[in-house]
Write a protein that binds this ligand. Structure first.
Ligand code: HEC
Length: 146
């Protein structure tokens, strides 16, 4: 009886893992960049909270992570890597200059948050957060399909 209970627990754990993987569906570089974007979304939310709470140290650290992510972002879009379930648009590869410019806008905006956080200038932080958020949406509009 006891043995049986343990066995069914193990099976249900295995099933949960399989379902989670099937839901993700992504592998390789597509999975890596999706995870990177998800992480950046969490960091950005935490950063906004930190700025609202005048936690400049946290805001500086999170904006640096966002900037770093931007500096490596193009490495995660090798040619031919827009297989499903990727939401990357073909324009990333047909218009590489435009994509690079969108990445640069984002990097500059995240860098501006960092500079403002180091200067403990709350209104400049808030303005740069708005710029960063605009750079996320603007890139998604041209280079992401939903
Ligand atoms: C230069 C372009 C660009 C910038 C800037 C950018 N993104 Fe994205 N984002 C993309 C692309 C392209 C995808 C789709 C990637 C894929 O599915 O292969 C994406 C996907 C995502 C996803 C979905 C990840 C998943 O699990 O499918 C989230 C969340 C996201 N971005 C949030 C953000 C946030 C928040 C910012 C700004 C802080 C941001 N992005 C800035 C291009 C960008």
């Amino acid at each position: 009886m006891r043995k049986f209970a343990i066995k069914s627990i193990v099976i249900s754990v295995v099933l949960t893992v399989t379902v989670a993987l099937a839901h993700e569906g992504a592998t390789g570089v597509v999975k890596t960049r999706m995870d990177g974007f998800k992480q950046s979304q969490q960091d950005f939310k935490a950063l906004i909270k930190a700025a609202q709470n005048d936690d400049y140290e946290m805001a500086a650290s999170l904006s640096q992570s966002l900037e770093q992510w931007g500096l490596s972002m193009t490495d995660y879009f090798p040619a031919g890597s827009n297989m499903p379930p990727s939401e990357a648009a073909d324009t990333i590869w047909s218009d590489p200059d435009g994509f690079a410019a969108a990445v640069e806008n984002y990097v500059n905006a995240a860098g501006a948050i960092n500079a403002a956080a180091l200067a403990e200038d709350k209104s400049a932080i808030m303005a740069a957060i708005k710029l960063t958020s605009d750079s996320c949406s603007s890139c998604h509009k041209s280079y992401r399909v939903k």
